[in-house]
Design a binder for this molecule. Structure first.
Ligand code: FES
Length: 333
């Protein structure tokens, strides 16, 4: 299913030009987006992302992290990995977006912020593959503030390692450790060694594919890191099937309507079929766009957007992928 928002429904919708498209590595392109007539773009903080409406594919919207310096006001730089199982987003960006095109984007939002204490304490940044993008902006910020940090970047091969020369020419090149799984000079990150000294003033920031993210966050827990010092961002998430993948009802509190959600349907799909459109973007429980208040019933949370504590409150859920543990969920709709 594709998303179904009007352009102006994107938070703080903006039109930008594609000033530059560049092949950064195998299957990874970067896009430099600029305002019209040199106009300044909205301010962002390191770790922020924007929604991008993918041209020529209905209303498909995808999120991409900003990789450039947050000091810059004249451009946003995103990078897109062409996914073999692309549902249209990454393929559309790679194959249909060219220099000179106009794109519709949202204002930046940030769910992956550096802590306010990052400049006083120390930070470890660990990127896997395309997860490098938000961490580049963080590294730039920490280096400018002369903060204490180290940067670890893992990729499958040197050919798939984006921004390698930018990193090696950066002012913080001496704090970068590169790892590739295959080819000449292959070496793997030793997570236990990198994370061996947790401290209340030390924060870990990790971004990458789900398996990589899990390996690093589990390693942090085993090394004694506190959850509050471990910050991560999912790029994608495989929604797992579970026992609750049976049919259930959602009751819309404001209209009193009850809508059946079939076993093979998401709540978003069931509502759309009955004329109730919800805003969605990732449709994988990653972005939080579809977050909806739950008034009664217990959701079966399948997202990675909320923290375990937020999920345990059961007062909101992500209808793009989450389901119900009770026969009926009453929603604030
Ligand atoms: Fe992204 Fe539901 S649309 S979490």
């Amino acid at each position: 299913m594709q998303t179904s928002r009007a352009v102006d429904d994107l938070p703080g919708a903006i039109r930008v030009g594609v000033a530059r498209k560049r092949q950064e590595a195998e299957d990874i392109c970067s896009f430099e987006l600029v305002g019209f007539s040199g106009s300044a773009l909205p301010v962002f903080t390191p770790g922020a992302h924007i929604d991008v409406r993918i041209p020529g594919d209905g209303d498909l919207v995808r999120q991409y992290s900003l990789s450039n310096s947050a000091e810059e006001r004249h451009r946003y730089v995103i990078a897109v990995l062409k996914e073999p199982q692309s549902r249209g987003g990454s393929t559309g960006m790679h194959e249909r977006v060219m220099e000179g095109d106009v794109l519709q984007i949202s204002s930046p939002r940030n769910h992956f912020e550096l802590t306010p204490q990052a400049e006083q304490g120390s930070s470890i940044l660990i990127a896997g593959g395309i997860g490098i993008t938000p961490l580049l902006s963080m590294a730039d910020h920490l280096a400018r503030r002369k903060a204490d940090f180290e940067f670890h970047y893992c990729a499958r091969s040197a050919e798939r390692m984006a921004f390698r020369s930018r990193l090696q020419q950066s002012a913080y090149a001496d704090r970068i450790n590169l790892y590739v799984d295959q080819g000449e000079g292959a070496s793997r990150i030793d997570i236990a060694r990198v994370l061996q000294v947790p401290s209340p003033t030390r924060h870990l920031y990790v971004c990458g594919p789900e398996g990589f993210l899990n390996a690093v966050t589990i390693g942090a827990r085993q090394a004694g890191w506190q959850d509050g010092n471990v910050h991560f961002e999912h790029f994608s998430h495989r929604v797992e099937a579970s026992e609750s993948d049976a049919a259930f009802d959602v009751k819309l509190a404001r209209s009193g309507r009850t809508i059946r959600v079939a076993a093979n349907q998401t709540v978003v799909e069931a509502l759309a079929k009955n004329g109730v459109e919800l805003q969605v973007s990732c449709e994988q429980g990653v972005c939080g766009t579809c977050l909806t208040r739950v008034l009664e019933g217990i959701p079966d949370h399948k997202d990675v957007y909320m923290t375990p504590d937020e999920q345990a409150r059961n007062d909101q859920f992500t209808p793009c992928c989450s389901r119900s543990r009770t026969p009926t969920l009453v929603l604030d709709l």
